[in-house]
Ligand binder design. Sequence first.
Ligand SMILES: Cc1ncc(COP(=O)(O)O)c(C=O)c1O
Length: 441
Amino acid sequence: MGTKKMLYPYVHPLKPVSYGPKLPEIIRGEGIYIQDTQGKVYIDGISGLWNVSLGYGNPKIREAIINQLDEIPYVNPIQHSNPTTAKFAELLLELVPENIVNVVYTCTGSESTELAIKIARKYNQLKNRPHKNKIAALDLSYHGTYYGSMSISGVDRGISEDYGPNLSGMIFLPTPVKKNPTIDNSNILEVIEKELHYIFNREGQNIAALIMEPVLGSGGSIPLPTEYVQMLKDFCQEYDILLVIDEVATGFGRTGKMFGFEHFNIEPDVICLSKGINNGYLPLGATLISNKIYEAFLDQNTQIDHLSTQNGNPLACAAGIGSLQLINDTTLLNHVTNMGEYLRSEIHSTLNNHKNYSETRGKGLMIGIELIKNKKSYECLSYSHINELVQIFTQKGLIVYPFYNHPRTTGIHLFPPFTLTKQEAEEIVKIIKKVFEQVIF
Ligand SMILES: Cc1ncc(COP(=O)(O)O)c(C=O)c1O
């Protein structure tokens, strides 16, 4: 066998193929801390990839996985069922509104949103309206990287062109984002409402589903205004469009409520889940469907043609049960709300006078710090500046995550574990202060 030339034996996602050796190799984790092979300890300010919400080394979840491992680690999901997988589905259904009646398991968030598209399209086929197959999504949305989920991700439209042709029939809706503070933003929602009327007048009859994150994650931790969500809800009602809520980032307590849609007066038809579903310890996702959809399939005695070998894996579901027992706790959810408010306010007062600071936003422990070139031009920071900043944070022992949606909004995210203490939050603010004393772009 010839000598293999690559610099690292596996490719890191979203990095040039040669990038591996530059990344810290993480081998241990406890609470909010992770440690690399050199012994350096970091605060994991983004809970893994927004999924390890209860932190590392959680004994309850470990025990749940081990107990299941001792029984059976895998069950063929087509020819058998399993009590752990069924139990977890029951628990999920207890958490959502009455109209949501069934669970379809997946392994990832990308798969959950992709499946939502499949379900919405077949639902309309079953209703004898095959023309109603388009999917509406927000232009700053992110829903994953599979073909369907990539095609409905507003933020990745430039990238996904490299892999074209993408799924057809996608419609992107304007997302309200505060733009330049020096210009009048007061009528931004009025302008958007006009655009929405134009789009829905033309296309509403052909739209099968509208997919929306209650707080845009990769878009830059952007909470959606209530009036805007209400507008989208009204259009869905007027044109009989399924409302799909992508809770992959916001679900399971991240925004201070069990699900992000609970901040609004809306009733989803489909809920997409993953990430915090089992504290990120094993791959798992789910797409929850409403009675209306379930009955359309039931009436024609037909199936949802979706399967991947590991969907609903009992070990992953056992981790989900263990994790839910801890997250479904009002005291913990209130703690998420309070720590989020504390962090946002401390970060704002620490950075308010910094040349590159725009605002701190989000909900619960989903925090976006928007950064700009300067307060006059309000331009976004460059890709290399944002990446440099993330690396400086890493050197200083705090893991943060970039967002780069040029020319709309750029900055960094914090998604700390829910177990974050006041002292740990103070430590995070201290590091932020230190970094921004050193860095002015
Ligand atoms: C809102 C949202 N949807 C979907 C996804 C895709 O999930 P996954 O990375 O598990 O495929 C993500 C991931 O960040 C997300 O934030």
